[in-house]
Design a protein around this ligand. Structure first.
Ligand code: PLP
Length: 430
């Protein structure tokens, strides 16, 4: 009998590549050319001087960002990763401390505490929300806990009310990793403005980008000053500026250039419309793909605004009768899973392997942190410590980016057709 599914040699639903996601236009080109014409590509000075805070474009970008998000301070940096390092330093994290982190996120969100000699402790994620579970966070608290590093994973706000109650009760800082969630809202508040510090990413893969880049936001004067110092050679500044508390204020060079800031100013203007398009596309795909027996569309609380960095569905092997990986491989055969290059998949089984399973944690491969004499705790990174993350990653979750702006209804209908085709020919995959 001839087989129908493309993975078995049948004709695929579509071979034409999907449109690339490109938000860079004339506006960014003109803005960068203006900076190039000025000859000043960065105006930072690592000394206590008016240029300690950077040049006019960097400062305008920060002002625009603060206005858009309603924060008192915005501190631009050269990545979200360096922004998280800065935030951890600003919160006075030191060797011997513990920071509660998520296992189901990009690796940088868990690494930041290690830079300051502290120990990341992994809380499990919520089965429906995929963000850190408040119950699990509570269980991770010890006398050494100093902060919770929350991630609004996939663009969906974590359960911030419950998390803030825990933080207040135990007097902990809350740092929000908003790399995937610019302008996501939790009960009318932008994520990043609920905890003490929020950190955004402007790398090429994010909603908007400057090539590489990031922004830290806070309403706290003390934390903001410490972030400015850590971003730009704080050790040179503390004495002339008269900074009393110098704890962790030695600095790095995490400065953004004038060109990146110029791109950022234009990109920020485009963000609201890009998010609306993502949300509308995601909504359409959720309704259609979520209809398939055994596939569950993301659950979004009615007071949350999910901005869809990716869209994550759950797959029930019991109902469908095959493993998720087999199903996703069959989808990948039906439609091109790449946009620009064949090696950038737009759909994947799971997301990233739970972070504690990486060699860094398994081998405890740092000289301080876990092996530090100041550390009096005992942290576990064994397989099984976060069972929900493991179950989601290895069995149930799949993520895709077919809701990116630029996808037409016809493009999305091809994606839906691929899902329906595979779902109605499951017998071929058993
Ligand atoms: C992209 C990402 C980061 C890292 O961002 P960079 O700007 O590349 O450093 C951190 N956390 C999350 C959740 C991310 O998605």
């Amino acid at each position: 009998m001839t087989k129908i599914l493309a993975i078995n040699g049948g004709t695929p639903v579509r071979t034409k590549l999907f449109p690339a996601y490109n938000t860079i236009g004339e506006e960014e080109k003109i803005a960068v050319m203006n900076v190039l014409d000025s000859g000043i590509l960065s105006q930072f000075l690592g000394a206590w001087h008016k240029d300690f805070y950077g040049g006019p474009t960097v400062q305008k970008f920060e002002k625009d960002w603060s206005k858009a998000f309603g924060s008192k301070y915005s501190i631009s940096v050269n990545s979200n990763t360096s922004g998280l390092f800065t935030a951890i330093g600003a919160c006075r994290i030191q060797p011997g401390d513990e920071v509660i982190v998520s296992p189901y996120t990009m690796s940088a969100s868990a690494l930041a505490p290690i830079i300051y000699g502290a120990v990341p402790v992994f809380a499990d994620v919520d089965y429906d929300n995929f963000g850190m579970s408040p119950e699990s966070i509570e269980k991770c608290i010890t006398p050494r806990t100093k902060a919770i590093l929350v991630v609004h994973i996939f663009g969906n706000p974590a359960k911030m009310d419950e998390i803030m109650v825990i933080a207040k009760k135990h007097n902990l800082y809350v740092i929000e990793d908003c790399a995937q969630a610019p302008m996501a809202k939790y009960k009318d508040k932008y994520v990043g403005t609920i905890g003490d510090i929020g950190v955004f990413s402007l790398n090429y893969h994010k909603h908007i980008h400057t090539g590489e880049g990031g922004v830290i936001i806070t309403n706290n004067d003390d934390l903001a000053e410490r972030c400015f110092l850590i971003r730009n050679h704080g050790e040179n500044i503390v004495y002339p500026k008269g900074v009393e508390d110098t704890f962790n204020t030695f600095g790095y060079n995490f400065r953004m250039t004038e060109m990146e800031a110029a791109v950022g100013i234009e990109q920020l203007k485009k963000l609201p419309a890009l998010i609306e398009e993502r949300m509308a596309n995601a909504d359409y795909l959720a309704k259609e793909i979520g209809e398939i027996n055994g596939i569950t569309a993301p659950i979004i609380e009615e007071f949350s605004k999910h901005v869809y960095y990716v869209q994550a569905f759950k797959f029930d092997q019991e109902i469908v009768g095959i493993h998720r990986n087999t199903f996703i491989n069959a989808i990948k055969a039906e439609i091109p899973s790449a946009v620009l290059r064949e090696d950038t998949p737009l759909i994947g089984a799971g997301y990233v392997k739970p972070i504690y399973l990486q060699p860094l944690y398994q081998k405890r491969a740092t000289h301080c942190s876990f092996n530090c004499e100041k550390y009096k705790g005992e942290v576990s990174y064994s397989k099984g410590i976060c069972p929900i993350s493991e179950k989601l990653h290895f069995e149930e979750l799949f993520t895709h980016e077919f809701m990116r702006p630029g996808m037409s209804k016809e493009d999305m209908d091809d994606v839906i057709a691929a899902f329906n085709k595979v779902a109605s020919n499951i017998a071929e995959l058993r």
